[in-house]
Design a binder for this molecule. Structure first.
Ligand SMILES: [Zn+2]
Length: 231
């Protein structure tokens, strides 16, 4: 038997030995222990390996060839790790605020049509209406220097309480109406709001509720009377 044949047989024997379940289990345990004890060494080695230019070229080539697979894989990962992704994004934003703001501004400028479409969709959805109403009233209250305690939850509560315009019963283009208008010294606190349609809100505008209802020839709604007692 020559040297090469001997070596070949030795290799096969080794392979056979290490593929035995008992030996494999033992090796697995040993590897786990070694990995735990030499974390730094391994990560340093891995970092060195990944930093080599030929390695990066290989990775790039692999990525090009498996674009479809990667897309699917990443999509699935994001779907299954929603909370983790959210936290990662949040952390990244907090650490790179300026950079993110700059890139998003450039993106918005290059995709004006898309942004417009998205805004239209968002601000006509229930969530968007609530958010828009909250911020708008807060902004007006700040300008007029009035107290404001609105939040998204409170706007939602008011909309769910009244459901339709309290003056005419319409369900089109609903807004929040100040019972005591800002013009007459009203504030933007929770109890000063009822739901009104755009038409009623604009015609009522800065007028007193009783006066306006009288003018329009309708009864003052119960909810308005109730809330007015609390003011
Ligand atoms: Zn109305």
């Amino acid at each position: 038997m020559d040297k090469e044949e001997k070596l070949r047989r030795h290799r096969i024997a080794c392979k056979k030995h290490y593929w035995k379940p008992k030996v494999r289990a033992k090796k697995k345990i040993y590897k786990k222990k070694y990995d735990l004890e030499n974390k730094e060494k391994i990560s340093k080695y891995g970092y060195k390996k990944r930093a080599r230019p030929e390695y990066q070229v290989r990775v790039k080539k692999w990525r090009e060839e498996h674009k479809k697979h990667l897309k699917e894989y990443n999509k699935n990962w994001r779907k299954n790790n929603k909370e983790r992704k959210k936290k990662m994004d949040r952390d990244y934003f907090l650490n790179n605020r300026e950079k993110v703001n700059k890139t998003s501004e450039i993106w918005r400028n290059n995709h004006k049509g898309k942004v417009k479409k998205y805004n239209q969709k968002y601000y006509t959805s229930p969530k968007g209406i609530i958010s828009y109403t909250h911020h708008n009233h807060k902004r007006i209250a700040t300008i007029k220097e009035r107290p404001c305690d609105l939040s998204n939850d409170k706007v939602k509560k008011i909309l769910e309480r009244d459901k339709v315009c309290v003056y005419c019963g319409s369900s089109k283009r609903l807004e929040l109406d100040h019972i005591v208008p800002l013009k007459l010294g009203g504030n933007s606190l929770y109890n000063n709001f009822v739901v009104a349609c755009k038409r009623c809100n604009t015609t009522k505008s800065g007028k007193d509720v009783f006066e306006w209802c009288n003018l329009k020839g309708i009864e003052v709604p119960k909810i308005v009377l109730e809330l007015k007692k609390k003011l």
